[in-house]
Design a protein around this ligand. Structure first.
Ligand code: DGL
Length: 268
């Protein structure tokens, strides 16, 4: 593997801003790596769209990242990961990782009572991908799923600690709470920002699984296996590209990433 390939960026895409929760974890676990992030802000949300549309958008996003000669692709969007991974793997000759496998693995390892909850967008829940993946890991685990479509707009509105958010969370989650799950997968890029309120509703004993952490660990494994880990000393470059409203992305990015972004590139 050439030095250049090692120095190439990790490409990450999401339907919009939410995938920055995955970038945050990548930066934390792989501080030397260059990263190119593409947020498809012109077409967000994906979580309400059909399988065919999500696959097409995911292919187009991958092509955007390939223009930047990325060395691997991280599909940060759960909705894309649910429907498009095998299609992308067939189409593109580059390591591709989604968020469903790592999150499922972590949940299966964590549960003690064999009862796992999954919350996500309508598209992700409808795909049944988390259920299938967890059952393939351990067929004795019972999976209980619930779509929480109002969580994404609440997070984008910045309503993270509002009373109304807690009321909505209770409405969505009471079903899973009554199923006595001991592990809950946050199966959407935005949900880690609602951890506090979700934990409050579910109770302190339920473990919340944020797939961003496990994804970053798997990215590290892939880089090592492929021998494409960046070894250069210079500061890495993190580039952010969106398909619409770069200023809006810049304004909200801090909430997801924990620091402000100076430049956001617009690509139509
Ligand atoms: N990124 C999406 C996901 O993780 C959430 C936002 C959307 O619906 O596009 O499923």
């Amino acid at each position: 593997m050439s030095i250049n390939r090692k120095n190439s960026a990790i490409g990450v895409f999401d339907s919009g801003l939410g995938g920055l929760t995955v970038v945050k974890e990548l930066i934390h676990q792989l501080p030397s790596e260059n990263i190119v992030y593409f947020g498809d802000t012109a077409r967000v949300p994906y979580g309400t769209k059909s399988k065919e549309t999500i696959i097409r958008f995911s292919q187009e996003n991958t092509m955007v990242l390939l223009d930047y000669r990325v060395k691997m692709i991280v599909v940060a969007c759960n909705s894309s990961s649910s429907y498009a991974i095998s299609n992308l793997e067939r189409t593109f000759n580059i390591p591709i990782i989604g968020v469903i496998g790592p999150g499922s693995q972590k949940a299966a390892e964590n549960t003690k009572n064999g009862r796992v909850g999954v919350i996500a967008t309508s598209a992700t829940i409808a795909s049944g991908k988390y259920d299938d993946t967890i059952r393939r890991i351990d067929k004795n685990i019972k999976v209980f799923s619930k779509a929480c479509p109002m969580f994404v707009p609440l997070v984008e509105q910045g309503w993270i600690r509002k009373k109304v958010t807690e009321d909505i969370a209770l409405e969505y989650l009471i079903e899973l709470k009554n199923k006595n799950v001991d592990t809950l997968i946050l199966g959407c890029t935005h949900y880690p920002l609602l951890k506090e309120v979700i934990q409050k509703v579910m109770g302190g004993k339920v473990s919340l699984i944020d797939s961003a952490e496990t994804v970053a660990a798997q990215v590290r494994n892939i880089l090592e296996k492929e021998n494409i880990t960046r070894t250069r000393e210079e500061k890495p470059r993190h580039r952010f590209i969106v398909s619409d409203k770069p200023q809006n992305f810049k304004d909200i990015a801090n909430t997801f990433l924990g620091y402000s972004i100076k430049d956001v590139i617009l690509r139509k």
